[in-house]
Design a binder for this molecule. Structure first.
Ligand SMILES: Nc1ncnc2c1ncn2[C@@H]1O[C@H](COP(=O)(O)OP(=O)(O)O)[C@@H](O)[C@H]1O
Ligand SMILES: [Mg+2]
Length: 259
């Protein structure tokens, strides 16, 4: 039997007296297409932070491909195949798109201590960087400074950087947040067409997107897993509708988007 891509077991995180993550168990199979939904403040981003190692849990463990990685740093986890995008975009805004990608490829291969020039000079790095830009259909932006790009395209660069890590597990925290609705399809098309072997967990408020993308949905409420199921099961769950789907901004088919 092969191990799941990612397993979270009995995860807890407290901030002082506040229990932000409560006994969370979560399994992502290889190639999973999972959505994590829940009201604002439910602890979705915190869970991603615990999985990636930005935060340490108060108790519980995170297992990647059968190996316990709970004690590893964020960088070590990234090297083993956990990539993420942030809710707030984190790029070198004064560098070009291609430079950002080359840095990501170089960092993955451990060339980064040779400084940027050494990394950037390697043709093979540039070619690979261009491949990711092509996959996300942003080659035309390669030589533009990130800060000159519209926000939606910056978010695509972020996804390209996450892919440059060659992840086994990709965590997308509201990848279309803050993007004008005329551009969200660019991001969601890309997400829909990612490598089927990568296990993907997406946090997304737009239920149309969630129901189209996810094969399974996990609902988080007040830090705990409320329920899990197929899109059809979640849609039919009266309690979910009451605690979550009925809320303003989270309507099914309503097309309402939060920033
Ligand atoms: N570093 C922190 N210190 C204290 N409280 C935090 C911290 N990070 C998040 N929280 C709290 O944890 C709860 C969950 O936050 P978050 O994970 O961002 O929720 P979500 O992403 O589902 O909106 C919120 O009540 C938030 O205020
Ligand atoms: Mg969040």
């Amino acid at each position: 039997m092969t191990a799941a891509a990612l397993e979270v077991r009995g995860l807890n995180r407290n901030f002082g007296a506040l229990k932000v993550t409560r006994d969370v168990d979560l399994t992502l199979e290889r190639g999973a297409r999972r959505a994590l939904i829940g009201p604002n403040g439910a602890g979705k981003t915190t869970l991603v932070n615990l999985i990636t190692g930005l935060l340490n849990p108060s108790s519980g463990k995170v297992v990647l491909g059968g190996q316990d990685i709970t004690a590893l740093s964020q960088a070590q986890r990234a090297r083993r195949g956990i990539a993420r995008t942030f809710q707030i975009n984190q790029l070198f805004r004064g560098l070009t798109v291609l430079e950002n990608l080359c840095l990501a490829v170089g960092e993955r291969d451990g060339h980064c201590n040779n400084l940027w020039r050494a990394t950037g000079a390697r043709r093979v790095v540039i070619d690979e960087a261009l491949d990711y830009l092509a996959a996300l259909r942003i080659v035309d932006d390669a030589l533009k400074l990130v800060r000159e790009l519209p926000y939606g395209r910056q978010r695509l660069v972020e996804i390209a950087i996450a892919l440059a890590q060659k992840p086994r597990v990709l965590l997308l925290d509201e990848p279309a947040a803050g993007v004008p609705s005329s551009e969200t399809h660019l991001i969601l098309d890309v997400v829909a067409n990612l490598d089927p072997d990568i296990a993907i967990l997406i946090i997304e408020h737009d239920m149309d997107v969630v129901f189209r993308f996810a094969r399974k949905i996990t609902v988080l409420v007040a830090g705990a897993i409320f329920t899990e199921g197929t899109p059809q099961e979640i849609m039919a769950n009266e309690q979910v509708r009451a605690v979550y789907l009925g809320q303003e901004g989270h309507r099914v088919g309503g097309g309402v988007r939060h920033g």
